[in-house]
Structures are given as structure tokens and as C-alpha cells.
Write a protein that binds this ligand. Structure first.
Ligand SMILES: C[S@@+](CC[C@H](N)C(=O)[O-])C[C@H]1O[C@@H](n2cnc3c(N)ncnc32)[C@H](O)[C@@H]1O
Length: 213
């Protein structure tokens, strides 16, 4: 199935869950590290619950996701909110923003679908898009996730696997791997395995917050 179609279907399923209507635990934890009223770019934002919440907290938000239909739906929901702009952004391509455009780049469980080289390119793109001293805040799959064994994922390269049920390819991170990918780009403010979501049973997700070098 084409990536866009896969995610369109998956996100329609998420819609039925109450958690998809509320800001995530991570968003509420990290917003205190963002400059007040700063500009926030959300990547792979899904139903937009975190972007809507950031806007309600006074940030100037650019919400983005791969799936055009979902972006359109979020755009309608926030039509009267002057604090949010919505657009389709495919992370497998270069980010369509000028250098130094945002105070914060944020993603909640959205930067998984890329191999090591692509992930490194995405981090470099995020760095380029951030203003001086800008903040990147990410919560990511953990390499401790038992689903890798349970469902017999095929390893493509270290940290990158294919789910045999869907064919979806996903990265699973550790704090060491994130540090290795980002150390020349960001000064580490937070890098641990204490991330939780309302959706996932695994409670050792990787949280990374860094300041642009
Ligand atoms: C696990 S969901 C997370 C959604 C949302 N951030 C949340 O936590 O509820 C992964 C998201 O990544 C998006 N995505 C997948 N591939 C992408 C790509 N190449 N570019 C941008 N977004 C992508 C999907 O559309 C989906 O919204």
C-alpha cells in the first residue's frame, strides 16, 4: 500500500480513540522549555491535537503531516484560530521552509519511517529550519519495544526494521543512537527513556530535547 494511503487509513482508526482528541503527555511536559509565544513547527502531527493545544497556549503554530486529507481536516477545525497554519509536508523530501524560520520544531511519534541516512538528513533539515538557539523536541519509538520480537520484525540495519504484517519500515531509537545522530547539531537538554503516551503500552519511549548549536 502506498505510504499516504497507509497513513490515511491508520489515522482514520486513531480518530475513534479519545486520546487522539487531547494534548499528549509529552507536549504538556516540554512546552515549558519553549520560548513564550514562540513559533512552533509540528512535523508528522497526525490529527493535530498537540498543535491545537500549543496554539491555545499562545504559541504561533505551523502544523504539518504527510496526509493531505488529514491536513485539510485539521485546517477546517482551526479555521477561526489565527495561531495555526496547516500544510502538507513529506519528511522524505527537503523541508519547505527558509533557514531560521522557527523557534521550535516538535514531533510526537512521527520521525520513525526513515533509515539512518534519511533520519540524519531530517535532523540536519530541522537544524537548518531552526532559529539560533532554537529548540527541537521529539518523542520516539524505543529499541526496547517488545513488538520487535513479538511480531518478528526483520532488521534492515541497526535500529531500522520492517514489520512483516504491514511491510511498514520503522526506526526504533535509544538515547545513545539519538545522541550519535544529533551531537554535532544540538546541545542536549533532555535525552532519556521516560517517554509515555496514552496510546502505547511501552513506557520507555525516547524523549529528546536539544538546542541548536
Ligand atoms: C504514529 S503517527 C503519529 C501522529 C501524531 N503525531 C500523534 O502522535 O498522534 C505517525 C504520523 O507520521 C506521519 N507520517 C508518516 N510518514 C510521513 C512522512 N514521510 N512525512 C510526514 N509525515 C509522515 C503519518 O501521517 C502520521 O500522522
Amino acid at each position: 500500500m502506498e505510504n499516504n494511503e497507509f497513513w490515511k487509513e491508520k489515522l482514520a482508526g486513531y480518530d475513534e480513540h479519545e486520546w487522539s482528541k487531547h494534548p499528549s503527555i509529552f507536549a504538556q511536559d516540554v512546552a515549558r522549555l519553549f520560548p513564550p509565544r514562540g513559533s512552533v513547527l509540528e512535523l508528522a502531527g497526525g490529527q493535530g491535537q498537540d498543535s491545537r493545544w500549543f496554539a491555545s497556549q499562545g504559541f504561533n503554530v505551523t502544523y504539518s503531516d504527510l496526509v493531505e486529507d488529514v491536513v485539510q481536516k485539521v485546517r477546517k477545525q482551526v479555521a477561526t484560530d489565527p495561531n495555526i497554519t496547516c500544510l502538507a509536508v513529506d519528511l522524505s523530501k527537503e523541508l519547505p521552509f527558509k533557514a531560521a524560520s522557527f523557534d521550535v520544531v516538535y514531533s510526537h511519534m512521527g520521525l520513525h519511517y526513515f533509515d539512518r541516512m534519511e533520519t540524519r538528513r531530517i535532523f540536519a533539515n530541522i537544524h537548518h529550519t531552526l532559529k539560533p538557539d532554537g529548540i527541537v523536541a521529539l518523542i520516539l519509538n524505543t529499541i526496547d519495544d517488545p513488538e520487535i520480537q513479538t511480531y518478528g520484525y526483520r532488521q534492515i540495519e541497526p535500529h531500522f526494521f520492517e514489520d512483516p504484517r504491514s511491510g511498514l519500515k520503522k526506526s526504533y531509537f535509544s538515547s545513545g543512537y539519538v545522541q550519535e545522530l544529533t551531537r554535532d547539531l544540538f546541545e542536549q537538554l533532555l535525552n532519556d527513556h521516560n517517554g509515555k503516551t496514552y496510546k502505547d503500552s511501552v513506557q520507555t519511549l525516547v524523549r529528546f530535547v536539544g538546542k541548536k548549536r
